[in-house]
Design a protein around this ligand. Structure first.
Ligand code: AMP
Length: 473
């Protein structure tokens, strides 16, 4: 299937050729004809699948075919974060550069007056974060009377971030007759409710199952004490000659501290998080995209929606509390069919979080290195006895030890009870389906000691005898 066959006009095809897109991605192949047909769409697609072009291209085409003199936006895209909103706007501008259409982005954290001015001058596509859009609407700076199309991008994240009330307030301001497109990586009961309220007989398009990581991302983990993580990360980056890595921490202070420490280790690093001004966030991101910064340390919210071309590594310096965030994090690499590596540094206290992630993914994440003492006995609640490592070699493979530890939470704990697979047509979960998938995932992932998968486990011993195993590109 080519872009030509999707019915896109020559101006858009030229822009795509210039971007080097040879073929449509699966979400583009399915969504573009449906949107051009005027249908509502419920898209189950995570970031990295090409979903932005999947809605931007047909919207641009539709708007270019019905030019008007009105000032108000004819298409509105709501996005959860400033970074994602800015990227979506950039995509509209890139794809539509041969069309006589104006796309503009508005978000908080920057002056509102230039935004009011731009809206007054007239725009065709408005990309906005919900809070700032309501501010602008409250000042009567936006005229929605000619709105034809609404897109909720990363709707699940907007709900996670508490935007549901803002979204409902915005919906009340829009004309009731319009096309609606909702994209979400996950399909929670809240998303189901929202889509039922907004969408009219939608075309349901699913390109990646909920909570699955892209197959192009190789996932691995190191079992490492908290206070050893920084040293390990420095070594991995330096000895593996990492060109670039996006590193996730759980806190803003942690992000700042780590970026400073890595810089003092000689690895140019910057931090990006919600306490930084928009200008500082943009500077850090631009430096990373220009490759003058090798490591960008980010918190989940700040990194949401970041599209960094050819990013080879994502590191979970600390595992996220919410398993779904793991999927979002590692989706920054392995994008558009490129290979990527996701490496998690897991302290003993975080083993439970890792179980949660594995349960969600339905597969194990292999440990390729560990400094866990071999004599550490698993406790019934899944934690291990603490203390400093006495012996850095492991008598059992980490995967074996972890499966023992896992017995506690696996059997006794209700984790992710409301997790559902992406299936908008499914009203009830199949009984036992998660458990079956989990088991088959585990057995598949257990490496035979002589297998390829077990080799890193032997090699990790070298890591702690000062010759680290370093994934490199
Ligand atoms: P998205 O999921 O919209 O964030 O897109 C992920 C990345 O894929 C972006 O860097 C896009 O530029 C890129 N991309 C989108 N569509 C295509 C395509 N058809 N071929 C190659 N790359 C694409």
């Amino acid at each position: 299937m080519s872009f030509e066959k999707l019915g896109l006009r020559a101006d858009l095809l030229k822009a795509l050729a210039q971007k080097g897109y040879a073929l449509p991605t699966p979400i583009q192949a399915q969504a573009i004809p449906a949107i051009l047909d005027g249908k509502d769409v419920l898209g189950g697609a995570q970031t990295g699948t090409g979903k932005t072009a999947a809605f931007a291209l047909p919207i641009l085409q539709q708007l270019s075919e019905s030019p008007t003199e009105t000032k108000g936006p004819r298409a509105l895209v709501l996005a959860p974060t400033r970074e994602l909103a800015a990227q979506v706007c950039e995509s509209f501008q890139t794809y539509g550069k041969r069309l006589n259409l104006r796309s503009h982005v508005v978000f908080g954290g920057v002056g509102i007056n230039p935004q009011i001015k731009a809206l007054f001058q007239g725009i065709d596509v408005l990309i906005a974060t919900p809070g700032r859009l309501l501010d602008l609407a409250g000042r009567r700076a936006v005229d929605f009377r000619n709105l034809q199309c609404l897109v909720l991008d990363e709707a699940d994240r907007m709900l996670d971030m508490g935007f549901i009330h803002d979204i409902r307030r915005i919906l009340k301001l829009l004309p009731s007759k319009r096309q609606n497109l909702l994209f979400s990586a996950t399909y929670s009961p809240e998303i189901k409710r929202l889509s039922e309220d907004i969408l009219d007989r939608p075309e349901m398009i699913e390109v990646a199952r909920r909570n699955t990581a892209a197959e192009t991302v190789a996932q691995s983990a190191y079992q490492v004490e908290k206070n050893q993580k920084r040293v390990l990360l420095s070594q991995l980056a330096q000895e593996g000659n990492w060109e670039q890595a996006l590193v996730f921490t759980r806190t803003k202070h942690g992000a700042n501290r780590l970026a400073t420490q890595l810089s003092s280790d000689g690895i140019d690093s910057a931090a990006i998080h919600g306490n930084k001004s928009q200008a500082a966030r943009e500077r850090a991101l631009a430096a990373f995209k220009k490759r003058s910064v090798r490591i960008l340390v980010a918190t989940d919210i700040a990194a949401r929606g970041l599209d960094i071309k050819d990013l080879p590594f994502v590191v979970n310096y600390e595992l996220p509390n919410v398993p779904e965030d793991y999927v979002h994090r590692i989706g920054r690499t392995g994008r558009a069919g490129k290979d990527g590596q996701a490496i998690s540094l897991v302290s003993q206290e975080e083993n439970k979080l890792l179980w949660g992630i594995e349960k969600l993914l339905g597969r194990k994440i292999e440990f390729v290195g560990s400094e866990t003492p071999s004599n550490a006995k698993p406790k019934p609640n899944g934690t291990r006895s603490g203390g400093k490592p006495k012996n850095r070699s492991a008598s059992k493979r980490p995967s074996d030890r972890r499966s023992e530890e896992r017995n506690g939470p696996e059997n006794g704990e209700k984790r992710n009870a409301d997790s559902q697979n992406w299936n908008p047509r499914e009203t009830e979960r199949q009984p036992g389906s998660r458990r079956r998938r989990r088991r088959s995932g585990s057995s598949k992932a257990s490496p035979n000691p002589s297998s390829e998968a077990a080799k890193p486990l032997n090699r990790f011993r070298k890591f702690f005898s000062k010759r680290p195993l370093v994934p490199s590109r």
